[in-house]
Ligand binder design. Sequence first.
Ligand code: CIR
Length: 406
Amino acid sequence: MATHGADSEVGKLRTVLLHRPGNELKRLTPRNNDRLLFDGIPWVARAQEEHDAFAEALRARGAEVLYLTDLLTETLAEPSARHHAITTALAGLHLGDTLRDYLARFLGDASPDELTDYLTAGIRNDEVRGGFGLVTSLLATDDFLIDPLPNLLFTRDSSVWVRDRVAVTSLTMPARSRETQLTELIYTEHPRFRGTGKIHGWHHEHVEGGDVLLMAPGVIAVGVGERTTPAGVERFARQAFHADLAHTVLAVPIAQERATMHLDTVCTMVDVDKIVMYPNVADSLQAYAVTAAGTADDERALVLSVADAEPFLVAAAKAMEIDTLHQIDTGLDPVTAEREQWDDGNNTLAIAPRVAVAYERNHETNARLEEAGIEVVRIAGSELGSGRGGPRCMSCPVSREPIPVD
Ligand SMILES: NC(=O)NCCC[C@H](N)C(=O)O
């Protein structure tokens, strides 16, 4: 079995899970894009070109690229996995029995490829109209019976590998909650991942992967804001300690705003002791260091010790046992920083220590990264960025090499 797992943000990237934008993006309209968490209507063909170039840049550096839809289609070849996928996709109370039964038969007849498309791009009412009862007659023609999942693009958020375990997350926004049904199915049923230990899960308190940063082996920072809740970080910490995945979890409050929806929108690691960070929040960012006071057979019985809040960079350096966590600023001045933070200048994907993938448009931030000795692999993201996510958001590292010891 392939070995999977990651213990840092910067170990050389071996395997990464991506989602190539597909038909689900074609569902976005000016009337539904806010609800579906996109800031505009992407040009889909161009988004695909940009994404292909992103994947190619990762391959060129030696990473194996897995596509979520390939894994899903392979998973759906198994009858029990198909049954589970269909049942969970149709669990919504908006369908009613007649339509649910019809859709179960319709999806049951679909090939694995078609089923993947229905589960990711959704099904609109007018695509099945034809006398299937009261609910379909009363719903608007363009209502979705199964919602599309345009934010699948951001594979970072729906699962996170910590050491050799995978955490299926629990997404907060209704437009995204179904994504984790798919990641859970893949990690449970796909032959490549069979037997992988799991933590968390979509039935737990909310934690999103964009909030989870593996600062160093044993040290995990978790942003708490618009997406991850206080109860979510507590649950995550309990599970991480109980499974011996970490000795410290840093709970980091962030503003509950779209611009800072996840911790990785304000900072990302680019080396073992370097972080690119939005300077407009750097001074006020705090962290509560959480550790386990003792052990317990049951994760729920673990007593957590919570230190007083400290400046994030100080608390992180202490937990990581380094002298200083060096900050590289986004932008040049507060306005450029605000523009480049919005355009995911902070949201870099480290593919090795001191090598990071970044959107080309963030000139000033990229220049600062280079001044600090970081190699920047630039990618285009004019269309990809319309969902408000950068290279880190669009990637879930499945396997990284351990950090080299000096
Ligand atoms: N880790 C990230 O910051 N992911 C970006 C998610 C963007 C997506 N449109 C969302 O609002 O959830």
